[in-house]
Design a protein. Structure first.
Length: 467
């Protein structure tokens, strides 16, 4: 469902026939107005749809491996099906929309590259006698810094039919976009990481020097706190709720995800998972629903870390029809009632987060630790780009390396004049466009070697543009 909505909305123009295709495929009777309104409230990004399809594709790939299907037949069938479904959206009216075509091509290229890299990694692990079913290396910068986290299913409760309005217009869509986690295919279990491994991952992130310094101090405090507790000594209460401030793409989500696991290893949290939401995940458009929606999110985050991105959006509007402040008040009460097994981190632009903290007297006292994520330097962005290439088994020629370095030096120097400057996301976007250029170059070659497939040349990077 997300896949169809993403392709349909990639040109920012939901068409009647696209709604018809969705209804035909899923047996719904949605109107165009409902779909348009839903898409506006739940805009699906390229990264979000990639992560959604990636989870399913990984299950298919592992099934192929376990069934000894050397060519990955079921995973290829899935990709072929998505290709056909996407083309139906793009060509149904007899015309090609450039934006839809580009969105579709980029997504499918990322998925196919992921599958190829996964199978290569599996073969290497198999020959090295390493567990071949462990998840592959991530292909996003900073250990997939924008990947939405898995949310463990909340404990089952008796159904209360009165909790849900009888005719909320997007009920059908939300059912498909947010399926029951217990009904999802089982994912391969990740090897358990030690505290030392997690700290090494944190300290190994590119840049973020002051962030790592501040967090290591906090972690040391918690270690001593734990020792005092084990020896029966009195101890002061330590607040772990924080504000992560800084521009987009500076690694806030990645750090939060690592922190949730570190807290679990230190005994601060019982589960150590991350639940990531923004305003749309907490606020509802109907009277009385926002508190319920926020409580449900908090419940899913119990034992872990709740990460609220762009938290300032909750208090940006103060009109009578805005329910953002209701979400804030519900959240504050939940934090007070669940001090022992819940950590909340709010994140966003530095100046806007200051306004957020000033909007409610209880916010600044609850979030009394602020961590500033500074923009990456050109050298750090080059390091992130090289890391993505390495994890995806690509090598750059010397000429290509020089062009990449000059590109990011120029981009950082002009970042104040570039509204699209996105820090680490720029490195990932540059990588994806490079892959497209490489694919176009290789497609013209008569004979292709293995080295050709893993080499990025001057031709692949010199025409890349970011906005």
């Amino acid at each position: 469902m997300k896949f169809m909505l993403y392709i349909a909305d990639s040109d920012r123009n939901i068409k009647d026939y696209e709604v018809d295709i969705i209804n035909d495929c899923l047996g719904f009777s949605l109107t165009k107005d409902y779909v348009v309104r839903f898409v506006e409230e739940h805009r699906i990004s390229a990264d979000a749809i990639f992560d959604t399809v990636l989870a399913l594709l990984t299950v298919f790939i592992n099934a192929d491996i376990q069934n000894d299907a050397a060519q990955g037949s079921t995973s290829l069938l899935l990709l072929d099906f998505l290709d056909e479904l996407g083309l139906e959206f793009i060509t149904h009216d007899g015309q090609y929309d450039d934006r839809q075509t580009k969105a579709m091509a980029t997504l499918m290229l990322r998925l196919k590259n992921y599958r190829a890299a996964y199978l290569r990694t599996w073969k290497k692990m198999k020959h090295a006698r390493i567990n071949p079913f462990a998840p592959p290396l991530p292909d996003n910068p900073e250990d997939r810094m924008e990947t939405p986290a898995y949310v463990p299913p909340a404990p089952k409760k008796e159904e209360k039919k009165d909790d849900t309005p009888p005719s909320a217009p997007n009920d059908q869509l939300e059912t498909v976009l947010d399926p029951d986690p217990e009904a999802a295919p089982a994912q391969p279990e990740e090897p358990e990481e030690s505290l030392e491994d997690l700290l090494a991952n944190l300290n190994g992130l590119v840049g973020l020097g002051k962030v790592k310094e501040d967090l290591n101090s906090l972690i040391n405090l918690l270690k001593v706190h734990k020792l005092r507790e084990e020896r029966g000594l009195p101890q002061a209460q330590v607040s772990l709720h924080m504000v992560f401030s800084g521009n987009p793409g500076t690694g806030k989500t990645t750090v939060a995800r690592l922190l949730s696991k570190i807290y679990m290893k230190l005994g601060v949290l019982s589960k150590g998972h991350l639940v990531e939401v923004d305003r749309s995940g907490l606020v509802s458009g109907y009277v009385g629903q926002t508190a319920m929606k926020t409580k449900k999110v908090v419940e899913s985050a119990m034992g872990g870390l709740l990460f609220i991105d762009e938290a300032y959006a909750l208090t940006a509007n103060t009109g009578s029809n805005d329910f953002g402040m209701e979400a804030v008040n519900t959240l504050l009460k939940a934090m007070e009632d669940n001090r022992s097994d819940l950590v909340v981190i709010v994140a966003g632009y530095t100046d806007l987060m200051e306004a957020f903290l000033d909007s409610n007297p209880g916010l600044r006292s609850r979030f009394n630790k602020q961590i500033l994520f500074e923009d990456y330097s050109a050298e750090e962005l080059v390091g992130i780009f090289n890391g993505i290439c390495s994890k995806s088994f690509f090598e750059l020629t010397d000429e290509a390396k020089e062009i990449v370095t000059r590109f990011f030096e120029d981009r950082v120097a002009r970042k104040e004049d570039l509204p699209g400057f996105a820090n680490g996301r720029d490195a990932r976007n540059f990588f994806e466009k490079t892959l497209t250029n490489q694919a176009n170059r290789i497609a013209t070659m008569v004979s292709v070697t293995d080295k050709d497939l893993v080499t990025i040349t001057k031709e692949d990077v010199e025409t890349v543009e970011l906005y």
